[in-house]
Design a protein around this ligand. Structure first.
Ligand code: MN
Length: 309
């Protein structure tokens, strides 16, 4: 399959407002230093870099009612929602450069709004070491980057869950989680209760990335908008040390490439988040470079190379 891609818009969201360690605020610039724009252009894509969004600084305070920095997280997510929705309305493919993963809420609630307006079905692939399905009662930390999927499904503070204009923004049935290997005890029960479809590392060990992705991408049709929310901690920390919440036993380089290539083969990718890259913890920007390498595959690098020959 060789579907021409939509024009791409890069949107930087330089904040670590929802994270448990500082530094993801530098993620957008590290991805630019790793040449994300020019490399996508080299594959024939039209790329516009919209620069960085602005928002409140990180006051680094303890949780209040189980949430850290709720007001600031809300402000950042509103900004992300508006920016992502504007690019979709222009017929473009937004790539959100995070920033911590709490911003997946603003991004995906905008995508869901766009799908309602356009009469499209939505499928969300959540590539992550964590389920990000905590609530203020379940969370051990109060960090909102552990809660965006629950918020999208309508479980969270009112000011966050209503950002996309409809509560819940999405159904848990639209989500496929891949690479999961660290879930808190109460969160695990809640994931099962809500019926999220999870392809955890045990599944990938036993059945392989290929089978996991075949199932995660099954039943996509021509009217489906495919959103990928890529938390860089999805990857094994041996190859991707530059994240704040590393968990051993993630996908290898080849498994991650296969995952991205199989998504590219569907021709349905319509929006993307690249989240949690933390240059303060990286080694000579290698994690940013790896993320860009994988994003190339997500946009069909291998397909294009094959076609050229
Ligand atoms: Mn995450």
């Amino acid at each position: 399959m060789n579907t021409p891609h939509l024009p791409v818009s890069l949107i930087g969201a330089p904040t670590d407002i929802g994270a448990g360690s500082r530094g993801a605020s530098m993620g957008p610039e590290a991805l630019r230093v790793a040449q994300i724009g020019p490399i996508l252009q080299s594959h024939g894509l039209e790329v516009a870099d919209r620069g960085n969004l602005a928002g409140p600084s990180n006051p680094w305070l303890p949780p209040v009612d189980g949430y850290r920095h709720l007001a600031e997280v809300t402000a950042w997510n509103r900004a992300v929602h508006d920016a992502v929705h504007a690019e979709l309305a222009l017929g473009r493919l937004p790539i959100l450069l995070g920033g911590d993963h709490c911003l997946g809420l603003g991004s995906i609630s905008a995508v869901a709004r766009h799908c309602r307006e356009d009469g499209k079905k939505l499928r969300v692939l959540w590539l992550d070491a964590h389920a990000d399905f905590n609530t203020n009662v379940l969370t051990p930390s109060g960090n909102l980057h552990g809660m965006p999927v629950a918020c999208l499904c309508g479980h969270g503070p009112q000011q966050l869950i209503e950002i996309g204009g409809q509560v819940p923004a999405i159904s848990p049935k639209w989500v496929r989680q891949i690479g999961i290997r660290s879930v808190d005890a109460g969160e695990k029960r809640f994931v099962h209760q809500m019926g999220l479809e999870v392809f955890d590392m045990r599944f990938i060990d036993e059945h392989g990335m290929r089978h996991a992705m075949e199932l995660a991408l099954a039943t996509l049709d021509a009217n489906t908008h495919l959103h990928v929310s890529f938390d860089v901690d999805f990857l094994d920390p041996d190859i991707a040390p530059g994240v704040g919440t590393t968990v051993r036993g993630g996908p290898s380089y080849r498994e991650a490439q296969l995952c991205m290539e199989m998504i590219a083969d569907t021709g349905r990718l319509a929006s993307l988040d690249v989240m949690e890259l933390n240059p303060a913890l990286d080694v000579r920007n290698q994690t940013a470079e790896l993320a860009v390498d994988l994003i190339e595959s997500l946009f069909g690098k291998s397909t294009l190379m094959r076609d050229r020959g």
